[in-house]
Design a binder for this molecule. Sequence first.
Ligand SMILES: NC(=O)C1=CN([C@@H]2O[C@H](COP(=O)(O)OP(=O)(O)OC[C@H]3O[C@@H](n4cnc5c(N)ncnc54)[C@H](O)[C@@H]3O)[C@@H](O)[C@H]2O)C=CC1
Ligand SMILES: O=C(O)C(=O)[C@H](O)COP(=O)(O)O
Length: 387
Amino acid sequence: MHIIADENIPLVQEFFSELGTIETLPGRSMTQKQIQKADVLLVRSITNISPALLEGSKVRFVATATIGCDHIDQEYLANNNIGFANAPGCNANSVVEYVLSVLSLLADQEDFILQEKTVGIIGAGNVGRRLKERLQRIGINVLVNDPPRALSEGTEEFTGLDELLAQSDIISMHTPLIKDGDHPTLHLLNEARINQLKPDTVLINSGRGAAVDTEALKRRLLEKGDLVTVLDVWESEPDIDYELLELVDIGTPHIAGYSLDGKLGGTEMVYRAVCEYFGLPARKKLGQLIPEPPLRKLSFSNQAHRWQATLTAIRACYDVRNDDMALRRAFSKARRQNQLLGQAFDELRRTYPVRREFDTLKVQLKTSQKKLGDRLEKFGFSVRLGK
Ligand SMILES: NC(=O)C1=CN([C@@H]2O[C@H](COP(=O)(O)OP(=O)(O)OC[C@H]3O[C@@H](n4cnc5c(N)ncnc54)[C@H](O)[C@@H]3O)[C@@H](O)[C@H]2O)C=CC1
Ligand SMILES: O=C(O)C(=O)[C@H](O)COP(=O)(O)O
């Protein structure tokens, strides 16, 4: 079996070498010619799986090591008897922790108490659902908008979009990109809805860039400048709107899901899918291959302030300011050197540093620090109480 894989799928050799020969290629520029001889194609979100790419190839199975599938022509795959799998939920926890890093940073910078805010979640699948649970555990009031789920499960747990926009202090978007059908998300936040947002609303988008109308958002930010905006995803990636980056408060290069745990989870899920499709035993397990986290333990003194200790633990695992700074630096360097911004965006993603999820960090506390321990557990850390 010949397997062609995006070079940005970690541990692809370790997982797949038993199954056949492996060739890795840059995902953004995969061509029809390059993939002619592949039986299996393993991609991430930057490769468009289209008739133009697959026509004439012998590909029998396509898998994307991502949650999102908007880059895949699934109808074409089904019509041509080509198997398909994605990696649902693989990096959902990573996105939740991205949002927690953002919220804790803003609460610290703008001096507000998270438990006094209402967070509106738009799109409550693997990511939105987990975010809701984590925020509620922390004691934050949450509203959820998800019309497809409201239709099938009843409206009780859900809030209409206009009501959510009116009532939320913080809005976090987690919808897939859907261009047609009954519940499209393309420009779900259009000019009218963006103008509906209350002054000082925090708007976070870590779903797909095109769920927000870039031009309309820019107009609101330029004319009123009264939103706090956090974008991880952008329209027309990797060639994102530089002017918009300059207007947002936090801007990152589509890395919310880039914890090592999330990325490797994606690799493992597509490995299992390939094995299942071809009737092969799946011998490799993520637990055998995932490295130890660089930071394994943390402890706090008895005097530690609860909120400061929580911030320290979050930042020890993931500090969103580093990704924001890296994007701004890479773009200003690329502009100075007349290089393409899209290349700088992709390069940051390709060379992303190791980031581990909160539960890989063991927080060792004294029995007398139980309240701090409870708080940290609610944020997702592993806590050990002892003498
Ligand atoms: N920034 C990043 O690194 C990452 C981004 N993502 C993006 O986040 C998206 C969501 O991920 P999951 O929660 O795992 O997907 P999912 O498929 O589990 O859930 C999506 C949810 O959105 C809801 N939805 C669909 N149309 C809607 C509409 N018009 N309004 C409100 N809700 C709607 C669906 O009913 C579903 O519950 C992915 O499709 C992907 O595009 C995912 C992982 C990482
Ligand atoms: O899983 C998804 O969906 C995502 O958005 C991924 O985090 C995107 O990562 P790449 O596939 O672009 O590396």
